[in-house]
Design a protein around this ligand. Structure first.
Ligand code: GLY
Length: 387
């Protein structure tokens, strides 16, 4: 039996940052995950796109996204200092472009919406877009330049968080969690691993990404309403001897789907992403690859020359309102949730770490975290009604 103050279920970005920040606060912390640092972080492109991914009706989430984006420079500096690792944080900005008149009208509306919220974005003509990014298709009709939407390499981020957490004293148990253990009083007391090892803790954090709603041992109404949302992503490589292909993230909506190209300084060009509600399926399909390449090719025709180096599919942890659940779980004392980050897991990593460490040390829920309490999906009265 192992005793801790905090056990974190899940060693993805959210679990790792929570564990790192908790250990920095002096809490004896463990992470249970067979492959910490894997999961969605291995697939994600790493856009930090609070402004370009803004959706109508998600202004509350925008505030949290912006709070996390503001933390990024100091977060990266601290993590690099702690680990000696470079994270691929690139303050390159984003260009969202329109390929036809309808896209252009939509992008104009998004621009007006961004301005109404005081966000910085600049409208460019098609010619101005191509002056910035000469590889863009000649047919580009206009675009939005968003200088504050940057990128990070999520694989490097995960590796650094692993090292930082390890350095801060976090203990890693590299096995699947069989169940969350509850005491007779209904309080969470830690977890049991698949080999029977028990990790007891006063506080248990469920941060298992898309799998957070499937963990055993909890009453049905305490499970967070998280579902897997599949995203297929490609990686291309820009050869070393040629000029940089793109200097910033370029994205568009093509036939109703989002396509983005994220150029890394090391020559990797990430193309994403599909969004598919297919349960636990992580198959890379010919159709998914075809659609991504077709749409990316419409945006930047030259991509077909580049070597295709990787195709992957991952699962976003989707919640009913596309926003995360951060805080004490309803109905189970001692259990906290940090899950449901959907399209924004990489962006929300720094602010999630701060919020969770604050809660684990008994602090107040900060104002920007209050709308994301897991309570918002909990209605015991509905569950108690006869069928
Ligand atoms: N935020 C990018 C994606 O979820 O595809």
């Amino acid at each position: 039996m192992h005793r801790y103050d905090v056990v974190v279920v899940g060693g993805g970005l959210i679990g790792l940052v929570t564990a790192w920040r908790a250990a920095q606060q002096g809490l004896r912390t463990a992470v249970a995950d067979p492959e910490p640092g894997g999961g969605a972080a291995h697939v994600a492109a790493g856009m930090l796109a609070a402004v370009t991914e803004l959706q109508y009706g998600e202004q509350t989430l925008l505030d949290l996204n912006l709070a996390s984006a503001r933390r990024y420079p100091a977060f990266v500096a601290e993590l690099t200092e702690a680990t000696g690792l470079e994270l691929g944080y690139r303050r390159c900005g984003t260009l969202a472009v329109a390929l036809d008149a309808d896209d252009r009208a939509d992008l104009r509306e998004l621009h007006a919406f961004q301005h109404s919220l005081g966000l910085e974005s600049h409208w460019l003509s098609g010619r101005e877009c191509r002056r910035l990014e000469p590889m863009l298709a000649p047919g580009v009709r206009g675009g939005l330049r968003v200088d504050g939407d940057h990128q990070i390499d999520p694989r490097r981020l995960a590796k650094a968080l692993l090292r930082a957490a390890d350095g801060a004293g976090v203990v890693f148990h590299r096995r699947p969690v069989a169940r969350v253990d509850l005491g007779r009083d209904g309080r969470a007391r830690g977890v049991t691993l698949d080999d029977g090892t028990t990790l007891t803790a006063g506080q248990t954090v469920l941060a298992a990404g898309s799998r957070s709603g499937t963990v055993e041992g909890l009453p049905q109404d305490a499970l967070p309403p998280v579902r897997p949302v599949k995203g297929q992503v490609l990686r291309l490589r820009v050869p070393e001897n040629r000029a940089p292909f793109l200097s910033r993230t370029v994205r568009a909506v093509v036939r109703g789907g989002h396509v983005y190209l994220v150029p890394r300084e090391n020559g990797e060009l990430v193309v994403g992403a599909t969004s598919e509600e297919l349960g636990w399926d992580t198959t890379v399909t010919a159709g998914g690859v075809y659609e991504l390449l077709r749409d990316a090719h419409e945006l930047v025709p030259g991509i077909t020359e580049l070597p295709l180096t990787e195709t992957l599919a991952g699962l976003r942890p989707g919640s009913p309102d596309n926003a995360p659940m951060l805080g004490h779980a309803p109905a189970v004392p001692g259990l906290l949730l940090a899950t449901g980050h959907h399209r924004n897991g990489v962006l929300l990593t720094p602010v999630t770490g701060d919020i969770m460490a604050g809660l684990l040390t008994g602090g107040e829920v900060p104002a920007h975290a209050r709308p994301f309490s897991p309570d918002r999906f909990h209605s015991p009265s509905r569950l108690e009604q006869p069928a």
